[in-house]
Ligand binder design. Structure first.
Ligand SMILES: Cc1cc2nc3c(=O)[nH]c(=O)nc-3n(C[C@H](O)[C@H](O)[C@H](O)COP(=O)(O)OP(=O)(O)OC[C@H]3O[C@@H](n4cnc5c(N)ncnc54)[C@H](O)[C@@H]3O)c2cc1C
Length: 420
């Protein structure tokens, strides 16, 4: 077998058949030079930016570039805990996330790439009478919108998750849960790579290590972007930078009502299969799933301070371990393998900010907080429609930036955040 250096050399010097084979094995083309001008520039190579590029390709829009300051998927797309669900609280939110889940259901087939989507079900635990009422209300909203979601009591929780400790002799006894069978987990980096490959095949240019350092605006209209690799003219610009949204939008003079916080997560060493459903507890600020490799993937709530510094804290590990052991005492000897942090862009109503801004042809996808990964396909699809047609799709009309000036908030408080 050729060594690493030999493999690289054969990309340029091997036989035509070998060169063809190697080209086919690449996920996407290597980045070439930046062109002077693109019809559409997408800032951010996370799941949202790449999904937008992919769906633009499907709509036949050519001359599109994705500019990413790091490597593809280096932001929250590669750091999240991969929970997908659609059991949101508002009709606007429930409809929007349900459309995304439906796209996810057939995405592996569409992209020709296994995203390892496991619809294992999602349980949001209730530890008080009040929480049971809130869950009952959410189940009603969900069902009215055709979403499979219902209130279950402790016996059914135990049936769905036999390993869970439902004893009343704990700090937060479980009274029941909101059960959402279509929810589950997916392989997050596969989603990023699948969209990148699909976009690349449609002719989109993907430029990693290309930081947007400024936006050129004249006569109220975006004209281009400044990057660490030079200036590029752009017909339209989409900001899909999640935790960095306030910084990038400020370059165009667009102010967002968003604060950036870190969210932390960790995994244990692999243990034997124990958990076949996603467990979330808002009260205990904990959510857990088990990966195909056997690792428990766990996370908590955002840290209350604003920062762009992705450093973890000991307090997170202590608190999360305490709560996890109350739910799963069997894990007392499991070692935590690694932990990490990512940026979250929190909006005042815990709903996203999507679509047009006051700067013509400058569009934004932001306000994704701790829950934006599940929205990537529908964001990509609707943002691509907006760019291609100039019209805001009905599904994202409730989430425009304008709503904060018109007092039309879409409050997902209590159904977003730690619930993912
Ligand atoms: C620990 C953690 C757990 C989470 N768990 C879940 C979950 O279970 N389910 C869920 O739905 N969501 C979850 N989320 C939230 C979710 O990951 C994000 O909301 C979502 O990934 C954001 O969209 P994105 O993928 O495009 O953003 P990102 O992946 O962050 O992409 C933005 C990209 O923009 C790039 N960028 C920034 N500035 C510039 C610039 N100036 N020039 C060029 N590029 C730039 C960044 O490098 C980054 O790669 C979690 C987040 C974290 C941190």
């Amino acid at each position: 077998m050729a060594g690493r250096r030999g493999w690289k050399r054969s990309l340029t010097t091997g036989s035509p058949a070998m060169r063809d084979l190697l080209r086919k094995r690449r996920m996407w083309r290597g980045a070439g030079d930046l062109r002077d001008s693109y019809d559409v520039v997408i800032v951010g190579g996370g799941a949202h930016g790449l999904a937008t590029a992919y769906y633009l390709g499907q709509l036949g829009v050519r001359n599109v570039a994705v500019l990413e300051q790091g490597y593809i998927g280096s932001g929250a797309a590669g750091r999240n805990t991969t929970i997908l669900r659609s059991n949101y609280k508002t009709p606007e939110g429930a409809r929007f996330y349900d459309a995304s889940l439906k796209l996810y259901e057939r995405l592996s087939l569409e992209l020709g790439f296994n995203l390892l989507f496991s619809q294992c079900g999602h349980l949001t635990l209730a530890h008080s009478d009040r929480a049971m009422l809130v869950m009952a209300n959410r189940a009603e909203v969900n069902r009215i919108n055709g979403i499979d979601s219902r209130l279950v009591y402790t016996d059914e929780v135990k049936r769905l998750c036999p390993a869970l400790n439902v004893s009343p002799d704990v700090t937060y006894p479980i009274q029941g849960a909101l059960y959402h069978p279509p929810g589950g987990i997916i392989r997050h980096d596969a989603v990023v790579w699948g969209f990148a490959r699909g976009a690349d095949r449609a002719g989109v240019e993907i430029h990693p290590y290309t930081e947007v350092t400024g936006l050129e605006v004249a006569d109220g209209r975006v004209q281009g972007v400044h990057t660490n690799r030079g200036h590029v003219r752009a017909g339209q610009v989409v900001s899909a930078v999640a935790g960095w949204s306030t910084l990038v939008c400020a370059m165009a003079g667009v102010e967002l009502p968003i604060t950036t916080h870190i969210l932390q997560a960790c995994v244990t060493e692999p243990v034997k299969p124990l958990l076949d459903v996603v467990i979330v507890s808002s009260q205990m600020h904990a959510y857990l799933s088990q990966s195909d490799r056997g690792e428990f993937v766990m996370g908590a709530e955002i840290e209350p301070w604003t920062t762009y510094r992705m450093k973890g804290t000991l307090n997170f590990l202590q608190e999360l371990s305490r709560h996890t052991l109350e739910l799963f005492p069997q894990l007392q000897y499991a070692r935590v393998l690694r932990s990490w942090a990512g940026l979250c862009d929190i909006s005042p109503d815990y709903s996203p900010i999507l679509g047009v801004t006051e700067v013509e042809n400058f569009h934004v996808s932001a306000g994704w907080g701790t829950y934006g990964f599940k929205a990537a396909p529908i964001v990509g699809k609707t943002m691509a429609q907006l760019v291609a047609t100039g019209r805001t799709p009905d599904l994202i009309a409730p989430f425009t930036l304008q709503r904060f000036y018109e007092d039309r908030l879409v409050s997902e408080l209590g159904a977003a955040a730690v619930s993912h």
